[in-house]
Design a protein around this ligand. Structure first.
Ligand code: SF4
Length: 472
């Protein structure tokens, strides 16, 4: 997927002004939040489970080399063909090579965020292959010619009417406006593709070291059909998805589905351990797994390594007031919301995603809900520090902060200047007590809302006044 994260501010303004996107986000806002908060009440010891989940993920990351070797040994023993890819390009090349070797014409895909990272669909189509997304949200997005705007709800920015119009146009059938009927229609359209596809491609939520299995969590059954019906299957996943045991998986699942959709458990949990064996009713004749680095080991060696604990539940974005108002596309790459504000600069380069670590008020809603306790605001702060150290922030901002630092360390000058600003601000605010336009960087704030005018006194003046009155 092309990176356009450096257009974050412009893209966010466009999304804020788009009534269709705003309507779809308003409808979605809160639904997943409420579902999550209800479902975690089912767990008496939710915080203890979060602690344990964070420990499991940290253990996997700390012992990644040993666990991946153990996983590979078991997987190969079960007949899996294992590949290792360092770069996104290598992933695409490997998939195309496997497809050519098996004379594949049609591919069905289950959702894979790593496939989005490598721009896999584009590479496959350029190689002359017919690729069909089968997750309903991904199918919708593919028909629109867009990219996902959420990691578990790719079409969350689309309204029911958008989809009804799309299906009528693309399917050449009468327009339906009932969600169940639209879903049924998509299923009818997709079913023949499941039957005649030569290859299936999926991601993997986890790799289980003790069994050599890949594992996917889905709600629609398309993942199970994608992994079992075509004669060749390719699973693509990152090195960080390794988990030691099935018991660890069972604990992580208690949090993953509740944090993602508010479900106690998802409809399908599919484990794949090697290809179809003699006597098996279904399964691929050949099963490939591509284990991908693509920047992950660099993150592992960095001060933001906790980001690799992520189990892709989407809770941080569902709860983020920034994401709730602009949706996912404004973030300009695969991962939106708070985790995207960390992973995007980490994977594509901090200079290509300058605004993302700053696309947050650091309110810590994301940190509170993250099931594996990733300290998301702390990691964004670390990335901000890196930007400053590398002189990547715009010069007016750097100059402003230098001036601020100079005055803030000289109390008399600071008091004098803030006193003038407080009085001037009060005067400019007039009777409304609102500033409609601020100079310099403040103009971005007042571009879409007013700024409350100061009272005419500085905080220090007010503090001194109340302290003298004994009311502090
Ligand atoms: S960072 Fe945490 S909350 Fe966000 S998607 Fe990952 S696991 Fe879920």
């Amino acid at each position: 997927m092309q990176v356009s994260s450096n257009q974050f501010k412009q893209a966010a303004s466009v999304k804020l002004a788009d009534p269709n996107v705003q309507k779809a986000l308003r409808n979605a806002k809160g639904k997943l939040v409420v579902a999550r908060s209800r479902s975690i009440l089912e767990l008496d010891n939710f915080e203890e489970i979060r602690d344990a989940a964070a420990r499991i993920r940290d253990f996997g990351l700390l012992h990644m080399d040993v666990l991946l070797e153990e996983w590979e040994k078991k997987a190969v023993a079960a007949g899996t063909i294992v590949h290792w890819a360092e770069t996104p390009q290598q992933v695409n090349d490997m998939v195309i090579e496997i497809a050519r070797k098996h004379e594949v014409r049609k591919i069905i895909k289950s959702k894979s965020m790593l496939g989005e990272e490598t721009n896999l669909n584009h590479a496959l189509e350029t190689a002359g292959l017919d690729v069909r997304e089968t997750d309903l949200g991904e199918y919708i997005i593919q028909q629109f010619g867009e990219t996902p705007s959420h990691i578990i709800a790719p079409a969350v920015h689309k309204s029911k009417d958008d989809i009804a119009d799309l299906f009528a146009l693309k399917h050449g059938r009468p327009r339906l406006d009932d969600i169940a009927a639209l879903t049924h229609e998509a299923r009818e359209i997709l079913r023949p593709h499941f039957l005649d596809a030569d290859m299936g491609i999926s991601g993997a939520n986890f790799l289980v070291a003790e069994t050599g299995s890949t594992m996917i969590v889905t709600n629609e059954g398309n993942g199970r059909m994608t992994t079992t019906m075509p004669r060749v299957h390719v699973a693509i996943t990152g090195v960080e998805k390794i988990v030691p045991t099935l018991e660890d998986i069972s604990l992580l699942l208690r949090l993953l589905t509740r944090s993602a959709t508010g479900q106690s458990i998802s409809n399908y949990l599919s484990f794949t351990t090697g290809p179809k064996r003699p006597g098996d009713k279904d399964g691929p004749g050949e099963f490939h797994v591509i284990i991908v680095d693509a920047g992950r080991t660099t993150v592992l060696a960095s001060e933001i390594r906790e980001a690799l604990r992520c189990i892709r539940c989407g809770a941080c974005m569902n709860h983020c007031p920034v994401y709730q108002n602009i949706g996912g596309h404004a973030y300009g790459w695969v991962y939106p919301g708070p985790i995207g504000s960390i992973l995007t600069p980490a994977y594509v380069g901090i200079e290509k995603a300058i605004d993302l670590p700053n696309a947050s008020t650091l309110c810590n809603q994301c940190g509170v809900v993250c099931p594996v306790k990733i300290p998301l605001p702390d990691l964004m702060r670390k990335l901000r520090e890196q930007q400053v150290q590398k002189n990547l922030r715009p010069w007016p901002e750097r100059l402003g902060l230098r001036l601020w630092a100079w005055t803030a360390t000289r109390p008399a000058v600071y008091g004098f200047l803030t006193g003038i600003a407080a009085r001037l601000g009060k005067w400019l605010g007039g009777r409304e007590r609102l500033l409609h336009r601020l100079p310099a960087a403040g103009s971005e704030w007042t571009a879409s809302r007013d700024f409350p005018a100061p009272s005419g006194k500085t905080f220090r003046e007010l503090y001194a006044k109340h302290r003298n009155k004994g009311t502090r």
